[in-house]
Design a protein around this ligand. Structure first.
Ligand code: ADP
Ligand code: MG
Length: 590
């Protein structure tokens, strides 16, 4: 049996410890798990649960290799319903760190504790403690410097920890979970939350988007129960990192399922974008094998075609049956004249509701931003005004039909059109156009850049220096020229014209952060896309930014050019149309 259980390298970094220990708590039936880490988990990982606990003998045995309480014979491997089963996690963790475990069963009024220092096991001794289990893991890999060196910065490690926490939090929305870092609370998730609530708490940036509400799909056929929360095409991403699939409460990655998801959205999304989706599949454990991958993130389905077709069918049918556009919800025109007052109120309410819902969540800056007026505080360099998408002259007033427009709430532009009016989200539109332009140019060649009159120097960390070295090509494609300028110092010598609206050093700092964080995870075009997204978002006009006449005209002119040439109408909505006939109906003119 020992040989049947393929051992794997399970402990790679603090996040792997968090995963294994949280899984053990869940397997022990805990309804509450508290995770605390320090220094990204490099210094301390502590996990406390209110699960079944262990008596003295079990606590001692739990740290032996291949000691598990979850399977007893070979046949059990064919129907695993627990998250763990190999019995190697605790033994592996304790062989590469200082571990202290305290545990007490519900039946006993005495807790026991044990300490293991890199495989050297101390004696079990009685101690005080609540029922349940606490495991503390200190100084991971401290006796194996080669592996310790492989750990990244605290922030990067924390990112991985938080991802593992998120996966379990989504898989088990019934369990109360807390995550703290250096005593600061990052998440406190109440027990028995629904998936929607959890998602809202774990991914505030998704729900903050206009149309960030999810479409629900549900089926239970042919032995496979499927539940999914589907993101609308408008909140799609440039990578699959917001696709979460769970099989019987275990986060998995599976190429058949990813393919089914992609197919389900066919025609609704630009082919190189990824929908946001949370997919929960339940089926008998004997229908698949989890014992195929060291961290059990992959499984082997007995009938993968069936899984594929069930997932595809469920998602596709739901998507096709849903209106995925963001409508401006106007109340239906009432027929009764006595209703006039309430109808008017209804329109006002709908408008108010609409603006409340569609206001970008983070109004980042409230600057009075008339490009020609230098910033009042001269200690800060004045930001250059925002770049047009294509460097074309602003048409002089009166040259064409005089455009009629109005900026409201410093965030939206209302423009009269031939048959009504449109409301434009200034940030979303500018961001989208910049992104498309950046992408087209980068695909053709590298971005056109401008030499700085005075090279600006900046300090970097070793990690960032490594990121620069391993991404030379990407940086060159962006039209950024960096030159070493002393120890841990670089200078920017050229910067892309299209990003003229951002301060070079500010952008490069963000770029380096992103490269440090994503280099290991994303590659090639995916990484480049992520960078372009970030660039477009940063360089775009912000919500809450007052625009002067010339800037509004430029934006509207760019929009006309963009709409006539863009191949890609999808993505987050930038414009909402109202027709005059709709208005006339509302005002009882017809
Ligand atoms: P596995 O989870 O594969 O069984 P582990 O090495 O992770 O192996 O854990 C070994 C055993 O220790 C488990 O089978 C379980 O009986 C016990 N155990 C571990 N963590 C806990 C916990 N938090 N509460 C109760 N029992 C636990
Ligand atoms: Mg385990």
């Amino acid at each position: 049996m020992v040989n049947m259980i393929a051992a794997g390298e399970v402990i790679e970094r603090p996040a792997s410890v968090v995963k294994e220990l949280m899984e053990n708590s869940i397997d022990a039936g805990a309804m509450q798990v508290v995770v605390a880490v320090e220094d990204g988990g490099r210094k301390l990982i502590s996990i406390t649960d209110n699960g079944s606990g262990m008596d003295a003998d079990d606590l001692d045995a739990a740290f032996e290799s291949h000691a598990t309480s979850k399977i007893r014979e070979i046949d059990d491997l064919q129907g695993i319903s627990t998250l763990g089963f190999r019995g190697e996690a605790l033994a592996s963790i304790a062989s590469v760190a200082q571990v202290r475990a305290v545990s007490r069963t519900r039946e006993s009024d005495q807790a026991h504790c044990i300490e293991i220092d890199c495989g050297e096991k101390g004696r079990i001794s009685p101690c005080s403690g609540d029922f349940g289990t606490t495991i503390q893991v200190r100084d991971l890999f401290y006796k194996t410097p080669a592996r310790r060196k492989f750990l990244r910065t605290a922030n990067t490690e924390l990112g991985y920890v938080s991802e593992q926490f998120t996966r379990i939090a989504l898989a088990r929305t019934d369990v109360a979970l807390t995550l703290t870092h250096n005593n600061r609370e990052l998440y406190r998730l109440a027990e028995n939350q629904g998936a929607r609530q959890r998602i809202a708490q774990l991914f505030p940036m998704l729900s903050a988007e206009p149309s960030g509400d999810f479409v629900e799909a549900q089926t239970n056929e042919r032995g496979i129960r499927i539940r999914a929360l589907l993101g609308r095409p408008s909140i799609s991403r440039t990578s699959g990192q917001f696709q979460y699939t769970f099989l019987n409460g275990r986060f998995i990655r599976d190429k058949f399922i990813s393919h089914a998801i992609k197919e389900a959205y066919r025609g609704m999304l630009d082919p190189n974008r990824f929908p946001v989706i949370f997919l929960f599949i339940e089926m008998p454990p004997c229908e698949y094998d989890v014992n195929v991958h060291p961290t059990k993130i992959e499984v082997r389905f007995c009938n993968s075609n069936l899984v594929h077709s069930q997932v595809l069918g469920t998602l596709r049918e739901t998507l096709l049956g849903t209106d995925l556009h963001v409508p401006a919800a106007m109340p239906a025109a009432a027929n009764d004249a006595a209703d006039r007052q309430s109808r008017r109120q209804g329109i006002a309410d709908a408008m108010a509701e609409f603006f409340k819902k569609h206001r970008p969540a983070d109004v980042q800056q409230r600057l009075d931003f008339r490009g020609d007026i230098p910033s009042a505080d001269s200690s800060h360099p004045a930001r250059p005004s925002h770049p047009p998408v294509s460097p074309a002259p602003v048409p002089a007033a009166g040259q064409m039909d005089e455009p009629r427009y109005l900026q409201i709430h410093d965030s939206y532009i209302v423009e009269q059109t031939e048959d009504g009016f449109v409301i434009i989200d200034q940030h979303a539109l500018h961001e989208r156009m910049l992104y498309e332009t950046l992408r087209q140019r980068v695909q053709r060649d590298h971005l056109e850049s401008q030499r700085l009159l005075l090279p600006e120097s900046f300090q970097i960390t070793d990690g960032q220096a490594a990121a620069i070295e391993s991404n030379v090509e990407l940086i060159a494609r962006l039209g950024i020229e960096l030159a070493p300028f002393g120890p841990r110092t670089y200078a920017v010598q050229a910067f892309p014209t299209l990003l003229g609206g951002i301060l070079p050093i500010e952008f490069i700092q963000d770029l380096l952060d992103l490269l440090c964080e994503k280099s290991g995870v994303l590659h090639g075009e995916d990484l480049l896309n992520e960078v372009l997204n970030m660039a477009a978002c940063k360089a775009a006009i912000k919500a809450g930014q007052k625009l002067n006449d010339a800037e509004i005209r430029q934006l509207l002119a760019d929009r006309r050019r963009y709409e006539s040439t863009s191949r890609c109408p999808h993505g987050r909505p930038t414009t909402i149309r109202f027709s005059i006939s709709e208005l006339e109906k509302q005002f009882k003119r017809t």
